[in-house]
Design a protein around this ligand. Structure first.
Ligand SMILES: [Zn+2]
Length: 255
């Protein structure tokens, strides 16, 4: 079988025995894969210490017929994201994105849009051009779309009244209906969260158009708080659990 080559982002890294490292990689050409890097732990000569979390690599792997794991033969570092690694808050956000992609995606299912989105937000956070909070809102909104769980923010999920025609300043969000609920219908829903109309409009803007344009939207502090609360809870609801990385992020965000 020929070797497999692809750009790849390191999502997870675990030591395996005394010598080897097992990596979960999100590749452009094949989606999520697991590889074993032989002797990577024992000797830094082989991979030069580049097999770090979030690093973007160009990889060459060979297949093994007997196991699920591919063997990492070569890796070239494309981006180490040293700006993320040097900052605890940035690291916490990047861990959350990486765990989310790892948890959600199936092995060996190509997801080019998600790969490009993850690369883009990591670059953005690394450079510090946009706050981690706004990058997270952008990532989570677009992740939801790609994952097929896009929240309905355009009209009441019960009576279908359009957002522009809702007179109140705040509406409820119902997780089981995956969408907003106008005040008239609120009694018929087990809502969990309240959102201002302004926040909803900003969430809709960040989802439309190119990634660069989305990064230029000015979020109000209220929209950042409400947007993150909504999206983090919404994604956890769909995953059926709150991931470790999100618990950690919430802990350090308080400080
Ligand atoms: Zn309604």
């Amino acid at each position: 079988m020929p070797n497999f080559t692809s750009p790849a982002i390191v999502l997870r890294r675990i030591d395996f025995g005394d010598y080897d490292i097992i990596l979960t990689l999100f590749t452009l050409n094949k989606g999520k894969i697991s590889v074993i890097a032989k002797s990577a732990k024992k000797s830094t000569r082989r991979f030069g210490g580049i097999l770090e979390l979030f690093s973007v690599l160009d990889i060459v792997c060979s297949f093994r017929m007997d196991r699920d794991l591919m063997i990492l033969q070569e890796a070239d570092l494309k981006n180490s994201f040293s700006g993320i690694r040097a900052d605890l808050n940035k690291t916490a956000y990047a861990c959350y994105f990486a765990e989310l992609v790892s948890e959600w995606t199936e092995s060996e299912a190509k997801q080019e849009d998600l790969y490009l989105l993850l690369c883009h937000v990591l670059e953005q956070i690394d450079a510090g051009s946009i706050s981690e909070e706004v990058s997270a809102i952008m990532f989570l909104m677009r992740f939801a779309s790609i994952a097929g769980i896009r929240p309905n923010l355009l009209r009441c999920s019960i009576c279908r009244l359009e957002l522009d025609k809702i007179k109140e300043e705040r509406v409820a969000f119902d997780f089981s209906k995956s969408g907003i609920i106008c005040q008239k219908c609120a009694g018929r829903s087990v809502s969990r969260l309240s959102l201002s109309i302004g926040t909803i409009k900003q969430l809709l803007w960040v989802e439309s158009g190119g990634l660069k344009k989305a990064g230029k939207i000015k979020f109000t502090p209220l929209a950042i708080k409400e947007g993150l609360d909504l999206l983090e809870a919404f994604i956890s609801y769909h995953l059926g659990k709150e991931m470790k990385s999100l618990k950690f992020l919430k802990q350090i965000r308080k400080k």
